[in-house]
Design a protein around this ligand. Structure first.
Ligand SMILES: Nc1ncnc2c1ncn2[C@@H]1O[C@H](COP(=O)(O)OP(=O)(O)O)[C@@H](O)[C@H]1O
Ligand SMILES: [Mg+2]
Length: 385
């Protein structure tokens, strides 16, 4: 009667029907007698809190001991009223409970929003990092194309001079012109190949699979790393595969994976050390049973990996200090880095993980403190015709 004009009221005559109501409807606040037939008010209170910890509960007490009241408060009741109470008291108690409830809901929705926002931000950062590395790759394409173009323009100048000086092109001049024209054609073909290769990567949707020649990628990788500052005094060796393979992954994605792993390996220590990249074609599925996370091992995407009987296995190995056990578990966590401020973003391995998962591949990392680290990636691949 007191509240019928203010709130939507549900009246339950015992604890069981109150619980049923709470399962079906969202309850903001409950007013409970402590003493009831069957289940008592304190137990009902704790059951209601299990259904929704945010339900605010006001207890009505008559002759209960202070202990029972304490217990109710401990279970999360927000208030209690001693019978008999007047209308003003219960109005104030319920108004207070509703206010707490509103606050609770606001906090819950803000927390949820915050979580979403953090996730969005994380994705955004990752996307930016991927784009930035793509930018690096295209910068090097422009550099690669510039080489042949410089040669071409040089030859064109020579030919122009020769032809300008003579009335007729014959004998030695003719041979020279022919020779230079052949070279120009070769360089032009070179430019077209380079740009076509990278433009086809560029046109792909992220994650779209294409067929990339592994030895071409390895030679591009070696070009990209030639001038990289982290090579310094380290010995970097990149072995071509004896059998060239077509790998089912976006070309720039594969370069990004290899660049991240190789640069990490080069940066594993400031002391001169060795980094070696080599690979093989596997004609049967990998035995994944012994591959488990452990103090020396991490396995990424083991269960979703398209483990078939035609695979590329590619390892990036370094003779650096190895990775201690406590670092091992956090390697693939976004922004985890042990490098100095400004040196590492902590996103490299997160990107590797994302790209490998997208391509249906697997990563196995084995590291031993004192002897070094090996990252092995597996991707579906075919022998190149
Ligand atoms: N080959 C390696 N040897 C030793 N530690 C490594 C190696 N590769 C990665 N790590 C560790 O993993 C961390 C995370 O790597 P990464 O995600 O690429 O971020 P970043 O290189 O920016 O720190 C590195 O800071 C380093 O501690
Ligand atoms: Mg890195």
């Amino acid at each position: 009667m007191i509240f019928k004009d203010d709130y939507r009221l549900l009246v339950a005559h015992d604890a069981e029907s109150a619980l049923r109501m709470a399962e079906e409807e969202m309850i903001d606040a409950a007013i409970l007698d402590i003493r009831m037939e069957g289940m008592n008010g304190v137990e009902l209170l704790s059951r209601l809190k299990k259904i929704d910890p945010g339900i605010e509960v006001v207890m009505l007490t008559a002759y209960e001991t202070i202990d029972t009241i304490r217990q109710a408060l401990r279970f999360g009741a927000c208030d209690y009223l001693n019978k008999p109470f007047d209308i003003g008291q219960i109005r104030a108690a319920v108004a207070n409970a509703m206010e707490r409830r509103a606050l609770h809901l606001a906090i819950r929705s803000n927390n949820h929003r915050l979580g979403e926002l953090q996730e969005e931000l994380q994705n955004q950062k990752l996307q930016e990092e991927i784009i930035r590395t793509r930018g690096d790759i295209y910068a090097s394409v422009i550099h690669d194309i510039n080489g042949p173009l410089t040669i071409i323009s040089g030859f064109i100048q020579i030919i122009n001079r020769r032809i300008g000086d003579t009335q007729q092109v014959e004998g030695e001049s003719l041979d020279l012109v022919k020779d230079r024209l052949t070279r120009i054609t070769r360089q032009v073909t070179n430019c077209i190949d380079i740009s076509r290769r990278y433009l086809s990567f560029l046109r792909q949707e992220p994650g779209e699979r294409s067929q990339v020649g592994i030895n071409q990628i390895l030679s591009d990788l070696s070009e990209l790393l030639k001038v990289h500052p982290s090579v310094k005094n380290n010995r970097l060796s990149i072995q071509e595969l004896p059998e060239d393979l077509t790998v089912e992954i976006n070309g720039t994605d594969l370069i990004q994976i290899l660049l991240n792993l190789t640069i990490n390996a080069l940066q594993a220590t400031g002391e001169p050390h060795e980094v070696e990249i080599d690979g093989a074609f596997l004609r049967e599925p990998v035995d994944i049973a012994p591959l488990n996370d452990g103090p020396n091992d991490r396995v990424i995407n083991r269960d979703e990996f398209r483990n078939c009987n035609h695979l590329l296995e590619l390892s990036v190995r370094d003779s650096g200090p190895g990775i201690p056990e406590e670092t091992m578990a956090r390697l693939f966590v976004p922004y985890f880095t042990t490098k100095a401020e400004g040196q590492g973003t902590g996103l490299g391995l997160t990107i590797v993980k994302r790209l490998i998962v997208e391509a249906g591949g697997m990563v196995h990392l084995r590291s031993e403190v004192g002897s070094g680290t090996r990252f092995t990636i597996y991707l579906p691949a075919w022998l190149r015709q």
